[in-house]
Structure formats: C-alpha cells, structure tokens
Design a protein around this ligand. Structure first.
Ligand code: PEP
Ligand code: MG
Length: 594
C-alpha cells in the first residue's frame, strides 16, 4: 500500500532497533513501564502519625486473611498422595509461622509505626531486608527459605492491595509494558484500554503469552535479548509486533514513520471489517466455518463483531487464573452461562482444564511438585483425571450450562482412548446424578470430543474416533511434540515449523481418519489464523477453522479468493514433497497467485 512519502526504507530514521519475535501484529507507541521480575509493584507513601493505628489494623487484616488462605491450602493438601502431602504440609506450616508474630510481622509493624510508611511498602522493605540477611549466611537451608519469605510477602501485598493485579491496573493509560517475562496469567489481567502493547526478553511465538496478546489485540514482541537493560520507565518505546522490532527513544523521523504505519494498519483493519456480513465461502461455492478461540470473556464482543460462527475453543483456564483458590461448580456454571448466552445460539466448544505446563493456577501450583519436564508432565486431562473433584465440578458445570445453548465438551492433551472412556464414564455418572436432581440438561447431551495435539493421538486417530464425537486439531502442541521444539522458547523459535512434512502428515492423517469415521473435525491451533496456511488446510480436507477473533476477517478474505479444486490439487503436490523449504516455496507461489 504505497500511499505517501513515508513508505520507503530511507524514512525509517536513524534510531537503532532491537530484534525479537513479533508475536502479535500491530504497532504500539508510548511510555515504557519496566517491571522487575518477581517483584510486585506497590504504592509507596508516607502516612500521618494519626493514621498509624488504622494502617496497623489494615496490615493485621491482611495477615489474618493470608493465614486463612494458607490454612485452606494446608487442608486441601491433606488430600494429596502421602509424600506430597507431607512436603507441602511442612512448607505451608512454615508460611503460617511467618504470619504469626514472626520477625516479619513485627518488623512490618515497627516500620509502619516508626517510619510512618504504608503497609505495602513496609512489607516490601522488610522482606528485602530479611532476604539480604539470609543471603549473607552461607547456609543452604536458610537460602532456600528466602523464596518462602518472598512468597509470604507477595501474598501479604496482594491481600493489602485487595487485588493481585495492582501492578498493571495502576499504569498510566497508553503504557508499554517491558519485562523479562510475562506469564499468560499476567497477560490475562492486562486491560487493553490501559496497556498499549508489551515486549519481553523471554518467550516464544506460540506460547500462551503470545496467544493471549493476539487475543487481546495487544501488539507484542517477545524474546528481545537485552531488553530490560536497554529501557527505563518513562522512555518512549515503539513495539512493532509485525516485524518483531522494539525501538527506544526514537528520533523524530523514526517516530513519524511508525505513526504513519500504525495509522495504515488501522485503515487496513477497517477495510477488512467490511467483510463481516459476507459469507465465508470459496470461489467454487464451498462453505467454510470460521469460529473464534476465546481465552477471556472480554473477547466475546470481538468474536461477535467479526461475525464468528461460534466459539471453536473456549480455553476454560481463565476461570482458574490469578486467584489463590479454586472456583466452585456454581461459579463455573455462571461463567459458562454468560459465555453461552452472549453467543446467542451459536455453538460453544468448552475445553476442560488445560492447566499445567506453562499455564498454572496458583491454587493448584501449591499442591503439586514442579514437573522436571512440565510439557510432558501432569497437565491438562492427566491433571483432571488425577484430581477427580476438579474434573467433576467442571463437567457438571458444563452439563448444567448446556441447557442454555449449544455446547460441546473438548478434552485437551488426550493420548489414548482409555482417557476418553474414563471421562465418558464420569460424565455419564454426573448426568445420572443431575437428572435425579431434576436439573435441566441439553437434549441430546453435549458431544464429547478430543484435541488431537499429541503425535501419538494423531497416529491413532482411527481408534480415537471410535470413542470421540469430534476432533479438534491443536497444531500449537502438535508441532511442539512432533518436532521436540518448546513452543514458548525463543531460542528455538526458528525451528518451530508448521510446514515440516511430519506436521502436515499428522494433520492429514487426523483429518482423513475423521472423514473416514464420519465425525466432525476442525483445527484450532494458531495455523488456522494465518492466511499463509489457509489453502493448504482446506486442501487437506478441513472445512472448519477456529482462530483468534482478530484473524477471522483476514482468513475470510483469503477463503473468498480461493478455489477448493485448485487448493486441493496444489496440496496434493505439496504432500509429495519432503523438503520444508520446497514446501514453503510451493505454498507461497500458490498464495501469490491470488
Ligand atoms: C493447540 O495446542 O494447538 C491448542 C489450540 O491448544 P493450546 O494452544 O491452548 O495449547
Ligand atoms: Mg494445546
């Protein structure tokens, strides 16, 4: 789109750029806010002498609340396997002691009284002093307790600020967040009205932080080498999520260039938005269903705005994030009803908990030892089948909510038919229980489908199809496991290749198995939202794609320009190739024709 004098490289200006992975398109320009890892950003202020008793009371309330939370966690820990219960019991007992007339509590009270500072500041200062004195003693046991003290400090600050999320919500409007690492849970609490974009030192393009950024429409660049050393709070920063570039304190020419590019992107989005009411159909008349992936309820509006046919993937983790306790069945039921009602008759595919790995709930984090290899550990359906109460509460909530509109149940990280059969047994038992209580359920009951995201599941798709009502192909994990590339690790991001012939074969095999066994199949990994792959996915037989809402218009545009016959023929030729470079060229050449 060469429209005016800005569109040349020479207009870029002189300011050097830092390179990373552009994981969420768009350009954000604004003042930087640098977060230090592991610290909670707290308000700091002095208080009047007469305000001391009230501040002490506020602190005592937070101590009491923290003690109650730890006791609750300790009670829950008794339900674990023996050694885990014992280990966690010791740890939580130590936390309780730190919250009971300890040096920490006394020290904070002293600071409030003598230094007349607010309680959050006093906690932060005391924790930092205790940590320093522990670090000076060369005793490995004491050194390992530093983390416990910090954990207790963070809990106190959270309870004092009454929101765990003070850090992000207190930012000035329009800020760019700069941090070493931002977790998916952090991203979940970023308000796009306040945060304009973010950049981090760590993180890969297909990790959940990246996915969350795309869902919220926040431009983001991850994996930028020296980021936190090169930026200071207050610097003007440009985050170019398209090219994966971060620029600090740009000169006037660079700034003008990026302002112009940002406006161009906004214009382009506006043109695409006009496609909302147009059908998603190929040139030769084949209908393609385009659904939205949703991580957070605030995305429902965008899903409806872009005209998504339904929610193809509701990542239910949002109900479990950023809290110390687990949601009750009723709370889950209400959250699901809100989503189903908002979708107004469009189908909603609810995926059961995919916690573990990089997505952790605080309440559960405290209950399990860290896996040596979290991506291969106790996560997703494995965790749900181990902690049955979790799965039962969730399935029961979904079943009850199914009375409000069309719902499908999707199981993550399935690797064998046995897991599906186990879930079906539990589901049947819950249905009987709910019917006995005369609770309304959908009729027919919601279909039970499985994510195909483990290579072993893809290769045994025929067998899985005999116990599943539908398949949803999760290419994000499928690629990770097929190629042994951590999807969230920027150091190997260049090896994460959706066009690797092994990946394409797994998608092909799964799709064909579903068609053979006559069960519906869709694809909900990030590949679905990238127009580069659309022709190939349709050529492999897929007719239902689910993606981040923002991608729907672009994919629809691509579909309307495609001919299924031609796409299928080109895909056939591509599937005869073994060299990823050749595959990429053949696909890009085909895409360039449209
Ligand atoms: C996938 O793995 O492709 C997927 C859609 O699930 P998630 O990204 O939530 O792991
Ligand atoms: Mg997955």
């Amino acid at each position: 789109m060469k429209t005016d004098e800005h569109d040349t490289d020479t207009d870029l200006g002189e300011t050097p750029a830092m390179n990373g992975l552009g994981v969420s398109p768009g350009i954000a320009i604004g003042p930087a806010h640098v977060f230090e890892t592991g610290m909670v950003s707290v308000p700091e202020f002095r208080i009047a002498a007469r305000a001391v008793p009230a501040e002490l009371e506020r602190f005592q309330d937070a101590v009491g609340k923290s003690r109650r939370q730890v006791r609750r966690l300790r009670k829950r820990a008794t339900g674990l396997a023996e050694s885990a219960a014992e280990e966690l019991g010791f740890l939580l007992e130590a936390h309780l002691q730190m919250l009971t007339g300890s040096r920490l509590v006394r020290g904070v009270e002293k600071r409030i009284g003598e230094e007349r500072v607010n309680a959050e500041w006093a906690v932060q200062a005391e924790i930092s002093q205790i940590s320093k004195s522990f670090a000076e003693v060369s005793d490995p046991y004491l050194a390992s307790r530093i983390q416990d003290i910090r954990d207790v400090g963070v809990r106190l600050v959270r309870n004092l600020t009454e929101t765990p999320f003070h850090a992000f919500s207190n930012l000035p409007k329009g800020s760019i967040v700069i941090a070493q690492e931002i977790t998916p849970a952090d991203t979940a609490i970023m308000n796009p009205d306040v945060v304009r974009g973010f950049a981090t030192q760590v993180g890969g393009a297909e990790g959940h932080t990246a996915i969350m950024a795309r869902s919220l429409g926040l431009p983001a660049v991850l994996g930028v080498g020296d980021l936190t050393e090169s930026v200071e709070t207050g610097d003007t920063v440009i985050v170019d999520g398209v090219s994966g570039i971060v620029i600090v304190n740009p000169d006037a020419k660079t700034l003008a260039h990026y302002e112009w590019r940002r406006k161009e992107l906004v214009k382009e989005e506006r043109v695409l938005a006009r496609l909302k009411r147009m059908p998603s159909v190929t040139r030769d008349g084949v209908d393609i269903t385009l659904q939205a992936n949703v991580e957070l309820p605030i995305e429902l509006k965008s899903a409806l705005d872009v005209g998504a046919a339904g929610i193809g993937l509701l990542r239910s983790e949002f109900i479990y994030m950023n809290r110390d306790d687990l949601p009750s069945e009723d709370e889950q039921y209400r959250a699901l009803c809100d989503v189903i009602e908002a979708m107004d008759g469009r189908p909603v595919t609810v995926r059961t908990l995919d916690l573990g790995g990089e997505k952790l709930s605080m309440a559960l984090q405290d209950q399990f030892a860290d896996s040596v290899n979290p991506a291969l550990g106790l996560r997703a359906i494995r965790l749900s089948l181990k902690v049955r109460s979790l799965l039962e509460a969730q399935l029961s909530a979904i079943l009850r909510a199914s009375a409000k509109g069309p719902v499908r149940i999707l199981l993550p990280m399935i690797s064998s038919s046995r897991e599906v059969r186990q879930v079906r047994q539990i589901l049947n038992r819950l249905v009987r229980r709910l019917r006995r209580k005369r609770i309304a359920l959908a009729d027919p009951l919601p279909p039970l489908g499985v994510m195909i995201e483990v290579p072993g599941a893809a290769l045994s798709a025929d067998g899985l199809a005999t116990v599943s009502d539908f398949f949803s192909i999760g290419t994000n994990d499928l690629i990770q496991y097929a190629l042994a590339i951590d999807r969230g690790d920027e150091q190997v991001a260049d090896l994460y290749d959706p066009l690797h012939p092994a990946v394409l074969r797994l998608i092909q095999f799964t799709t064909e198995a579903a068609l053979r066994r006559q069960i519906p199949v869709n694809l909900c990994g990030e590949m679905a939202g990238d127009p580069r792959y659309t022709a190939l996915l349709l050529g492999l037989g897929l007719r239902d794609l689910s993606m981040v809402s923002a991608a729907v218009p672009r994919i629809k545009k691509r579909i309307r320009a495609l001919d299924i016959g031609e796409a299928t023929q080109r895909t056939r030729h591509i599937m005869d190739q073994w060299d990823p470079g050749r595959i990429a060229t053949m696909l890009d050449d085909f895409n360039a024709l449209a």
